[in-house]
Design a protein around this ligand. Sequence first.
Ligand code: 6CS
Ligand code: FE
Length: 306
Amino acid sequence: MRNDDYVSRTEQPLPRHNRRDPVVHSGPSERWNGPLGEVALSAFERDGFLWFEGFFSQDRVAPFFKELEQMSHDPELLESEGVIRDPKSGAIRSVFDMHRISPRFDELTRDARILGMVQQLLGGDVYIHQSRINDKYGFQGSGFDWHSDFETWHAEDGMPRMRAISASIMLTDNNEFNGPLMLIPGSHHEFVPCQGATPDENWKSSLKMQETGVPSQQNLQELVNRGGITAPKGPAGSLLLFECNVLHASNANMSPWPRSNLFFVYNSVHNVLEEPFAAKRARPSFLANRETPEPLHLYDPYAQLR
Ligand code: 6CS
Ligand code: FE
């Protein structure tokens, strides 16, 4: 039998257990080789995320939101597989592969400040495992149930270790009314196995509403009793870096204001995908990049001038 440190999607429930990977992957000699100081590094280790309010200026992120709006009127794009519709309203819920669709988004994956922090936390070269926008239109965006991204990526995509980080850039303000991301601080220290086998082609429904890969209410209760729930809020341009195993969810958008958040998932080049651990077939490449990883290099805006 294949060795698996993170067994999940079983018929019978399994107890949760400590993670078997470090949270900060750079070794002692390279720990401070990057933009994050010891205070931020230990906060990330403890909580599983870092929040940077107003990381980018509003002017810097406005063109990204504008491009997204243009995309929502592009009939060809709307028909593509990477565009997921809201289960209730039919509006755009997610657009995957943003960095392949648009050069502007591609450049942003190599932003020097983000990439510097991610490389420091993951201990070296990284590549993009998945990119997407989660859009919640005013009054109509549904929520996302509690989950660990790693649980899905391990079970359905064959990501072997916990060595990936999501960078989420807010393209609109996130406030308490428009369905901001909620996190359980410290939940990334434990792996919560989920009950129930992965249905065939699960992604076709899980991206609209996730039913498999959701932890039991008892586990959620216990982890929330210990760590609480937090929902970082702030203006467009704010940045959230979160560890692949931190439990998170979000509510529906009950406000008139849109909520659009961009996600880049960075994975270590030492953590490339294998066969899925708990699914029959690997998911399509717009959800999980299984090409030979191209390590990202810092984006140099002056390159074309030289
Ligand atoms: O499927 C994915 O890769 C992402 N989407 C959902 C709804 N859950 C897991 C992960 O965040
Ligand atoms: Fe998620």
